[in-house]
Design a protein around this ligand. Structure first.
Ligand SMILES: NC(=O)c1ccc[n+]([C@@H]2O[C@H](COP(=O)([O-])OP(=O)(O)OC[C@H]3O[C@@H](n4cnc5c(N)ncnc54)[C@H](O)[C@@H]3O)[C@@H](O)[C@H]2O)c1
Ligand SMILES: O=P(O)(O)OC[C@H]1O[C@H](O[C@H]2[C@H](O)[C@@H](O)[C@@H](O)O[C@@H]2CO)[C@H](O)[C@@H](O)[C@@H]1O
Ligand SMILES: [Mn+2]
Length: 441
């Protein structure tokens, strides 16, 4: 097996240690020659990198490990870029979440006006990363988690259509893990059908290795409990706000009971409920800064201060497993079936061909091959038509510097009540995002 060379872009991400630990756990299936971290914030990355340097010295001294803010050093001689950057960091996420609430609109990382603002920030930085990769390692693949993945994926389709970039989301594998708990199976024993946009989709089938269909059984459970399970399935997402989101899935199912909903649909189907239950002074960004960010960075500082590492200092989960499985599928042509964000081109038969959709794909060394999901019902299609138009308008607005299209995108979002509110929101979002957005005219 050829040893792989990897750069993690967004080296200072709270998810970097988990991915590195997962890579170390999989060296027999995915051997590594070089591992680099790349970030544009040297202090933030440095804290995690110094700790990971110690971990690697102890657990895998043969891997050449380095960290840098220099694009050439980072992107030269790599097979994969695993990207998870956050343009504007948590400071801007907090504004994305709090500004809409001032107008009675929900504030969320990837949905509604917050997601739209974040999308406008992410596009330029993501295109820059792709260009570095194509310049310094033209044969490499980028596996991208950076959000908002739906808007980033559409920007890649429009601006870099030939680039070897795969946009991905861990939500479906996270929820599948919960489903597997409900029916007492292992996630890897289950095969699903699914259609939608990123953070906006439905499972139409969940089968085991013998072909037994569990959709009805899971639906019965979700109708009562949502995806809330008794077992701790994901230590990073046991916060109260996530528990409520998993529980709320029962109300999503009530609206369209034939398929199992992605939990993010709560922002589109129950925006009033989300606003009523929000605390405008303390949003998810605050919860993450006080929770995951603090835990990960405290653990890193402790490792560096004591010079020693204990198993469990950094934890690994299905988020890390999913990206490592994807890299293995490409490097070693495993043909694994995975949900990825790809251009529709008929995979959802009665939906526009040029939409970036999330569907099951078979992944091998030439990338993902989408599996046809057939036709979808009017309700789901109507919702998706509206949301995909929002995502397309944002990318058009970014490319053209169009104020009008941004206003249209916000107006069209199911989370925003009127063109008037959309305009007020847009004007404030422009003010706080001047450093990151293209100028709109
Ligand atoms: N697709 C998914 O399902 C999924 C799942 C989890 C996280 N994410 C995304 O992963 C990203 C990281 O999340 P986090 O909570 O760990 O954020 P974080 O702020 O801890 O980490 C992001 C890092 O990216 C760096 N960065 C910002 N702009 C950069 C640039 N242009 N070049 C290089 N580095 C840059 C920041 O300095 C920071 O260190 C976010 O975009 C988040 O939404 C996606
Ligand atoms: O609010 P955050 O920063 O804690 O998380 C936001 C991300 O949430 C999703 O990913 C979750 C997933 O839903 C859960 O099941 C588990 O696997 O952890 C994931 C995060 O690691 C979502 O898919 C991401 O796009 C969000 O960024
Ligand atoms: Mn996601």
């Amino acid at each position: 097996m050829k040893k792989q060379s990897i750069v993690i872009a967004g080296g200072g991400s709270t998810y970097t240690p988990g991915i590195v630990m997962m890579l170390l756990d999989n060296l027999d299936k995915f051997p590594i020659a070089t591992l680099k971290l790349y970030d544009n914030d040297p202090e933030r990355q440095g804290v995690l990198a110094k700790a990971l340097e110690l971990v690697l010295k102890e657990k895998a001294p043969d891997i050449a490990f380095s960290y840098t803010t220099d694009p050439r050093e980072a992107f030269e001689n790599i097979d994969f870029c695993m990207a998870h950057i956050r343009t504007g960091q948590y400071r801007m996420r907090e504004l994305d979440e709090k500004i809409p609430l001032k107008y009675g609109v929900l504030g969320q990382e990837t949905c509604g006006p917050g997601g739209i603002a974040y999308g406008m920030r992410s596009i330029g930085d993501m295109i820059e990363l792709i260009d570095y990769m194509e310049k310094y390692s033209p044969n490499a693949w980028m596996l991208n988690y950076s959000n908002p993945a739906a808007i980033v994926a559409e920007a890649c389709r429009v601006l870099r259509p030939k680039a070897k970039v795969i946009n991905m989301c861990d939500m479906p594998v996270g929820t599948l893990r919960r489903m597997s708990q409900i029916i007492h199976k292992e996630p890897k024993e289950l095969t699903v059908n699914y259609f939608g946009l990123n953070h906006f989709g439905w499972w139409t089938s969940v089968r085991d290795t013998e072909g037994h269909e569990y959709l009805s059984e899971i639906r019965e459970y979700v109708a009562e409990h949502g995806y809330l399970t008794q077992i701790e399935v994901d230590t990073q997402h046991m916060d109260q706000s996530w528990q409520e989101t998993h529980k709320k899935a029962k109300d999503l199912l009530a609206v369209a009971p034939e398929f199992l909903p992605n939990t993010y649909l709560k922002y589109y189907l129950y925006p009033d409920y989300v606003v009523e239950h929000a605390n405008p002074e303390y949003t998810r960004a605050n919860e993450v800064m006080a929770g995951r960010e603090k835990q990960v960075f405290d653990a890193a500082r402790k490792i560096v201060a004591t010079g020693s590492f204990r198993e469990g200092d950094f934890h690994i989960d299905n988020h890390a497993l999913f990206i490592v499985d994807l890299a293995r599928a490409i490097a070693f042509n495993t043909g694994e079936r995975m949900l990825l964000i790809v251009e529709n081109n008929g995979a959802i038969a009665n939906f526009r061909a040029d939409a970036m959709v999330e569907v099951p794909c078979i992944v091998g060394s030439s990338g993902p091959e989408p599996l046809c999901q057939g036709t979808i019902p009017t309700f789901h299609r109507g919702m998706m038509e509206q949301q995909v138009a929002v995502e397309k308008l944002i990318v058009e607005a970014w490319v053209e510097g169009s104020y009008q299209k941004m206003w249209q995108a916000l107006t069209l979002s199911k989370t925003v009540p009127s063109a008037k509110v959309a305009k007020e929101l847009l004007d404030e979002l422009i003010e706080v995002n001047r450093e990151f957005w293209p100028e709109l005219h």
